[in-house]
Design a protein around this ligand. Sequence first.
Ligand SMILES: C[S@@+](CC[C@H](N)C(=O)[O-])C[C@H]1O[C@@H](n2cnc3c(N)ncnc32)[C@H](O)[C@@H]1O
Length: 138
Amino acid sequence: MKSHSQQSYIPALKYHALTRFYDLVVRLTTREGMFKNKLVELAAPQAGEHVLDVGCGTGTLTYLLAEREQKLHIKGLDADPVQLERANSKVAAIGSQISFQQGYAQQLPDNAQTFDIVVSSLFFHHLTTHQNNQIQHN
Ligand SMILES: C[S@@+](CC[C@H](N)C(=O)[O-])C[C@H]1O[C@@H](n2cnc3c(N)ncnc32)[C@H](O)[C@@H]1O
């Protein structure tokens, strides 16, 4: 398997040059608040649980989870360091138990099986067939 530095991924808006517009585009073109809040409701996280947000992007869903239950241990995983930078600045204000990690869905952190809940939004269409197969074999 390729190391992290060798992996490629499909950026949030397909081209890296557009990544900085991601939050604005999602806000204007989707009912983001509605469906992400619904995801949080369905996940129904409880205090003390460990939650993983795969392909977390700028951390909007991650943030909503932390807002709903402050005693969560949340990890956001994304391939794109630029997205994670934005995510970090978003959650800095709430000082919750959130950490972000640069990484790949097809190469999850070693402790991935210890999470109580795994969430994801607007992510799976970013996987190539090969990456999808890798996930299914892991
Ligand atoms: C459309 S954005 C969705 C971001 C966020 N989940 C949301 O709902 O706003 C897709 C994200 O998947 C990330 N991504 C693409 N391929 C990935 C992979 N193989 N592993 C982890 N993240 C990946 C991109 O960097 C991007 O931030």
